[in-house]
Design a protein around this ligand. Sequence first.
Ligand code: NDP
Ligand code: BG6
Length: 477
Amino acid sequence: MIICSLTFCFCSVVNDAKESVTILVVGASGDLAKRKTYPALLALYKASLLPSVTIIWGFARTEMTHYGFRHHLKPFLNDADECVVDQFLSICNYRPGSSYGDWESMDSILKASPSRNLVVYLATPPNVFAQSAAVLKKTLTLTPTNGFVRLVLEKPFGSDTESCETLLRTLNNQEWLEQQLYRIDHYLGKEMVQNILTLRQQNRWLNSLWNKDAVKSVHIICKESFGTDGRGGYFDRYGIIRDIFQNHLLQLLTLVAMDMPEKSCATKLRNAKLEILRKIPVINLEDCLFGQYEGYKDDSSIENRDTVTPTYACIRTWVHNETWRNVPFVLEAGKALNDRLCEIRLHFRGVKNGQPNSLVLRLQPVPTIFLTANVKTPGFSYNPVSARMQVDYGQALMPDAYTRLLLDVFRGKQANFVRDDELLASWKIFTPILNQTEQLNIVPEPYMRGSTGPDKRVEFLRSVGAIPSWSPPPSAL
Ligand code: NDP
Ligand code: BG6
């Protein structure tokens, strides 16, 4: 039974950003900038959510003119209204450079800008973060009066506890303040993820079921139907744990497990998440299943032909507090699987007709909420049958995660960004298992492209207390 279908428009959001801003995209010639950053800026521009005086500068080593850069960006700005795209492109400028002198010229340009507010978006490879941040701090006018300077950073933030600590220390030594730093985890900008808090805050009946007495297990699953195609070079050095688990999946887990703060201000929210991260033990090898899809090594960008980097993992963990004691949290993610699907499944205690009562928050492909319940079979039968109640977001106009997060940067809202202590706590959970798998050279289980994962998956999921093949029961009876 479909009980609700939502339609709303994000244009109605009130923009309380300052009146003007200059945006500097460092690494503007790259993949992220053209596929995510600039399209997100266009969406804000189109919805009149950018400050009225906005100038965007792109900076990278590749030689391009303003015109050449706009030409390079245009194919990625998918909007039916070409006129809006052209207007947007007219505020996008580009300057090539890499030397200290080039940065100084960039600084002079920014100084001449009418705005005292500067947002710097670092869309460069992680190995040049620290260096770029240092140059920025030295050359650019980063202490404007009556304005703000905010630095947006992309993941990965380190590759283990030690490298993360080094990066945090470096930024700290460069005198970047935590309130200036916006570390993006784009999952925090997804519609359904934002909805977790609203659901929990606005439905007291639901909150009373949100604990170990009612919940038997939590399964957070993130399947991708494509492989590492083209990104194998990056991926092979990081693997699925660093790519998805340490950030996206763990953020989802903390939002589900945290105690709801009385006020949802950034500090309280991030404190509540941190508290949960500190209650998650380091991961045990026995609680992990690793997989690698067949054909992964054929990616020409992967140098090591014998690589044992996992492209799939399933991990059971716990939250050692009163609310969640003995409830398994099972995290599962993989590339080149049979589907693109990301869901948070809370399975309640007590199973009837082989189907548990479940609350499922589907993030993608289409944000949907399912609640399964046992109802009477329609007609003469009194047998109970499992049915789903569903909130379907359908075609509701929803901003892309990057669009929403960038709007938060302009508004100075940090709740949806990852704080330094959260980051460190999350690396501490995974670093021991990363070290162990590397030292022991654990060989992942093979699985076929387009399958549901390694053959051992079902048995493993059962053994860790999860339900291997949950799918929503029929909506129409
Ligand atoms: P790219 O490899 O495309 O590089 C981004 C930019 O950085 C390029 O414009 C390049 O420009 C510049 N660059 C590269 N090497 C250097 C260097 N040594 N010194 C200075 N500039 C350099 O990366 P992506 O755009 O894919 O990713 C950017 C960041 O975003 C990375 O941290 C990545 O991990 C992260 N990320 C990317 C995602 C994606 O979908 N692409 C998703 C999530 C995170 P030029 O050569 O012109 O200087
Ligand atoms: C990125 C990972 O952070 O998230 C990618 O680096 C992954 O490997 C991507 O494909 C998934 O994001 P989304 O929004 O497509 O689920």
